[in-house]
Every structure is written in C-alpha cells, then in structure tokens.
Design a protein around this ligand. Structure first.
Ligand code: HEM
Length: 384
C-alpha cells in the first residue's frame, strides 16, 4: 500500500482529485445547460437523471475523500510561502470541501421537495431515497423554488472557488515555480510508474462514464413529456350512462418508456370546470356536498410508481386526492404512436362514496351509481 509522503500526495489522493475534477466540471456544465432547456424538453429530463446520478457519486466520493484527508498526512505548504498564503490555502481547501458537500446535498434536497416526485435511480438501476423529512412535507410544492435557489447558490459559489483554486495552482507553477501543482500530478518517474497507469485508467473511466451518459441520451430512449390533455368521467345517473367533462386539466408527465421506473405523472383537474349533457348534474357538481369547488378547486392525481407492462403499456400506481380524501389507484397507461404523434390514455374506476361525494342527497346508489369511471388522454411530446 502506498504511503502519503511529506513531499507528494499518494496515488489514491491524486487519482481521486483528478477524477473528481472531471466529474465536477462536467456537472457544472451539464447543470447550467439543462436548466436552460425548456421544462417540457425531454432532453432536460434525461440530463437531470444523469445529473442526479453523478451528483450523488460526487457526494459519496467527497465523503470518502474527506475521511481520507482527515486520516492521512498532506504535504506541507512550501517553505517560502507567506503566512497569508498558507492561511488562504487552508481556508479555501476547507471551503472547497464544504461546497463539495453543499452542492450535492442541496441538489438532493431540491429533488426531495419536488412535487414531480421523480425517483432517483443511480445509473438507472440503484434506487436512491429522497430525504424523508423533506419529501413527506405537506406543502413541499411551495418550497421548490427556494431549494432551486439554494442549489444554484451552492454551485455558483463552487464555480467561484474552483476558479480561485485553479488560479492559485497555476500561480504556484508558473510564478512561484514551486512543487505545489507537481505534487498533485501523477508522476511516471521510476518507482511511481504505477501512479500514471492508475491515473490514466481511472480518468478514462470517469470520462467514459460521462460519454456513456451522453450517448445514452441519443440512444433512442423514448423520453416523453406531456402536452394537451383531456379528462372526463362516466357515471350512471338514473340508470343512464352520463358523461362529465372537465376542461383546463393539466398533466405533467416525464416518462422514459425504456426505463419508466424513474418517470412521473401529475394531473390536476379544475373541479369548477365541470360540464355535463345533464344540466342538473352540471349545476350540482361544484356544490359543497360534491366537489366543493370553492374550497377544493382542484382534484389531483400523483403517481408513486410507474413500471413497464409490455406492449406499449405502463402500469401506473398513485394517489387521487378529491377534497380532503386521498386514495390509492392503479391503472394501465396505453402509449400510442400515430405517425409519430404519441398519446397516452387510460381509465380507472373510483367509488364516489369512498370520496364522500354526494352523500347528503345521494347516500345510496339507487339514483347515482357509486362507480365512476375516470377517463383521460394526453399528448406526449417526444424528443425531436
Ligand atoms: C457536485 C455536485 C453537483 C454540482 C456541481 C451540480 C451543479 C448544478 C448546476 C450548476 C445546476 C444549474 C443551477 C442553476 O443555474 O440554476 C444544477 C441544477 C440541478 N441539479 Fe445539480 N449539481 C450537483 C449535484 C446534484 C445532485 C446530487 C442532485 C440531485 C440528487 C442535483 C439535482 C439538480 C437538479 C434537479 C437541477 C435542476 C434545477 C432546476 O431545474 O432549476 N444536483 N446542478
């Protein structure tokens, strides 16, 4: 095993430093690029998934590196360096570690409060949990912008400090002409030849990982987000099937058909928008005993899990909230492709009595059936 000498960093420290440098600079670039894309752009969804994977990887590597740093000796400051420079160096290295933790942790916090509830699957395989105390907050949707700001500030500060760090390393090398940069560079001198080999292998692995992420972006993973949507319901009233329409519903879907597990679906339906061919029904539905539209303007479906069900079908599990009642539902989402125009449709049955709808005037299913079929379809915008 290699020992950290007083004059140089050892193989592991050097390798970690440069692999992380590539990853962090890549993450900063990808992060800025993806937030510039349209929210509905499927590429933004895919990039965000890879951004989360590499961000968590950086978090784990930083914790490892910090433990390593605290348990090993580092080379001393150059003897000729003035006191202020030694002090600035120690402070900026401390801040670098702090920001290398803050950048991924604020990202993790941000996805934990996201109302889209998109799971984090590292490399599309390993589930990574949301931070439970944030994820379970009732009003988390209102906090998302604040957490986006935290992540932007942490990563902005990291960019500033990295520029200072690079400038300082170059000053040592070209102006002071000391060994500060060299002792963090792999050396192929006799006896340390393996350092260079390790370095090349691991740096290639880091770059390979990034290339893999990039190529998978263009590998036809059919990534979809939602466009126009249509929600209706079918109820049995006085023995007759009666259609009920809602207008202005909004579906936010991010689904990659190849790996639907990391997808999400959120649908909000304005309850006051209800219309029906049966005008009596139309007039009554926004009332207190039915949708109580004044106090509960929206009914919301939110997915908790999406999985492949074969034949262009996805199995969607989630919850539907109507008024103060939230119940679980599962349905099959059918994805259709007509001449390149993709649509998704599905339906599921709800028990209106379980949602306490119309229990004063229609407490039994004699006139108004208890089973109501919710039907919906929405346009899916594919990657161009
Ligand atoms: C060292 C690690 C990380 C770096 C350097 C980094 C960097 C960035 C940057 C520069 C942005 C753009 C910020 C802006 O200008 O608005 C960004 C956005 C984002 N990051 Fe990170 N990030 C890291 C880790 C993470 C992690 C671990 C996660 C989640 C698990 C994450 C999730 C996100 C998300 C969701 C956005 C988009 C926010 C939005 O849509 O406004 N990041 N990241």
């Amino acid at each position: 095993m290699s020992v950290n000498t007083v004059s140089r960093f050892n193989n592991l420290a050097i390798t970690l430093h440069w692999v992380m440098a590539v990853l962090i600079i890549g993450m900063l670039g990808v992060g800025k690029y993806m937030v510039g894309l349209d929210e509905a752009d499927p590429q933004r969804f895919v990039l965000t998934q890879w951004h989360k994977t590499f961000g968590i990887l950086i978090l784990l590597l930083t914790v490892f590196r910090l433990v390593w740093r605290l348990t090993h000796r580092s080379p001393a400051h150059p003897a000729a360096a003035p006191r202020w420079e030694r002090f600035a160096s120690s402070i900026s290295h401390f801040l670098l570690y702090a920001l290398l933790l803050a950048a991924p942790v604020t990202g993790w916090m941000l996805v934990s409060v996201s109302p889209l509830n998109i799971d984090t699957l590292l490399f599309n395989v390993i589930p990574w949990p949301h931070l439970p105390w944030l994820h379970n907050l009732a009003d988390k949707a209102s906090m998302i912008h604040q957490y986006e700001d935290f992540h932007e500030w942490a990563t902005g500060a990291l960019i500033a400090l990295l520029l200072l760090h690079i400038a300082a390393a170059l000053k040592h090398h070209f102006v002071d002409k000391d060994t500060v940069l060299k002792r963090m560079l792999p050396s192929s001198a006799a006896g340390t030849g393996t350092t260079m080999a390790n370095f090349v292998v691991l740096l290639s692995a880091g770059i390979g990982g990034l290339l893999f992420a990039y190529t998978s972006l263009n590998a036809g993973g059919d990534n979809l987000s939602s466009g126009a949507s249509d929600v209706s319901a079918m109820a049995t009233i006085m023995g007759e099937s009666t259609a009920i329409q809602f207008s202005g519903s909004q579906v936010t879907a991010s689904i990659n058909v190849d790996s639907p597990e990391s997808g999400s679906l959120l649908a909000t339906v304005p309850t006051a928008s209800v219309t029906s061919s049966n005008l009596q029904v139309q007039g009554a539905l926004p009332d207190t005993e039915w949708f109580d539209s004044e106090n509960y303007p929206e009914a919301v479906f939110e997915s908790t899990q999406i999985s492949a069900a074969g034949d262009g079908q996805l199995n969607v599990e989630g919850t539907l909230a109507i008024k103060e009642i939230t119940l679980p539902h599962t349905f099959t989402l059918q994805v259709q492709d007509t001449d390149g125009n993709k649509t998704a449709s599905g339906e599921f049955i709800v028990d209106r009595m379980a949602y306490q709808l119309g229990m004063e005037s229609q407490p039994t299913d004699e006139y108004v059936g208890k089973a109501v079929t919710i039907k919906f379809n929405f346009e899916l915008l594919s990657k161009p």
